[in-house]
Design a protein around this ligand. Structure first.
Ligand code: DGL
Length: 282
């Protein structure tokens, strides 16, 4: 599949990027919401994890990846499928590319407040995300409505990136314990916000520590709906044809390939719509 050449505006692909494989959780929601679109997914795995680096580093990498996707793949919109990169870089990406729809995501605190009964909400995210001004502004705006138990999860995205099951299990136990007591009674945490796009893939492991009744919230579907709205507004929505996914990684592509076969929901059928991951330099 090639994304270059004489494509009409609607035919051009949507760029999606994350520090690594986590954004595949957002790509699943995008593909469900926008079945006719072509996606270029970029995993910046050579520079992952972003979540324990400084803002300047994440901002710089986000800029490099966005330019690469624009110049090489002529994307019509960019989905920043990473809470950390959104927190550190979304303003700059929008300022640098004013004509490009740039859709970011942030931990779903508002939906959590609406759904929680006990109004005790745990938020798991990377350190860069929870220490960002953007997150602090969001949290402060909702402080009167709920108590947030915020846990910076150092090392967890990295362990998921490496499929390191023993480390994932140990960190889930540690961070779920740090959040507090989960349950449905007054004073207990009944809602867990997965504030990093890597975490939906370890929901089962987290579930072992929260119990079945706790509601988990991620941001895939709202972001996909927002992407549809933005493309409709600009007349760039693809409404026919077969969707497709091109997978790119800044590291050796094997880990993206194996994450894709485990986690990317592809429709049954003869066509393998996702191309085997390719390593590129950006
Ligand atoms: N998946 C990313 C997020 O949503 C970042 C993980 C990382 O690289 O630390 O924040």
């Amino acid at each position: 599949m090639t994304h270059a050449g004489n494509l009409t505006s609607a035919d051009r692909p949507i760029g999606v990027f994350d520090s690594g494989v986590g954004g595949l959780s957002v790509l699943n929601a995008l593909r469900e919401e926008l079945p006719h679109e072509r996606f270029v997914y970029f995993a910046d795995s050579a520079h992952a994890p972003y979540g324990e680096r400084g803002d300047a580093y994440v901002g710089e990498r986000s800029g490099v990846v966005a330019r690469y996707l624009l110049e090489t793949h002529r994307i019509k919109a960019l989905v920043v499928a990473c809470n950390t990169a959104t927190a550190a870089a979304i303003h700059r990406l929008r300022a640098d590319h004013p004509a490009l729809p740039v859709i970011g995501l942030e931990p779903a605190l508002k939906p959590a407040v609406a759904l929680s009964r006990t109004k005790h909400i745990a938020v798991m995210a990377t350190r860069v995300t929870v220490e960002s001004r953007k997150f602090e502004t969001l949290r402060a705006s909702l402080a009167a409505e709920a108590t947030f138990h915020i846990v910076p999860c150092d090392g967890l995205a990295g362990a998921i990136e490496q499929s390191d099951a023993p480390r994932i299990a140990a960190l889930c136990e540690q961070y779920a314990g740090a959040a507090g007591i989960f349950g449905s009674d007054a004073g207990q945490i009944d809602t867990l916000v997965l504030g990093c796009t890597h975490y939906p893939f370890i929901a089962n492991e987290l579930r072992r520590h929260t119990g079945e009744a706790v509601r988990f919230i991620d941001t895939g579907s709202p972001v996909a709906q927002q992407t549809r709205r933005r493309l409709s507004q600009t007349g760039q929505l693809a409404t026919q044809g077969e969707g497709a996914v091109l997978l790119l990684s800044s590291a050796a592509p094997e880990s993206l390939d194996s994450a894709t076969s485990r986690w990317l929901a592809l429709p049954a059928g003869p066509a393998r719509l996702a191309q085997t991951a390719i390593a590129v330099t950006a």
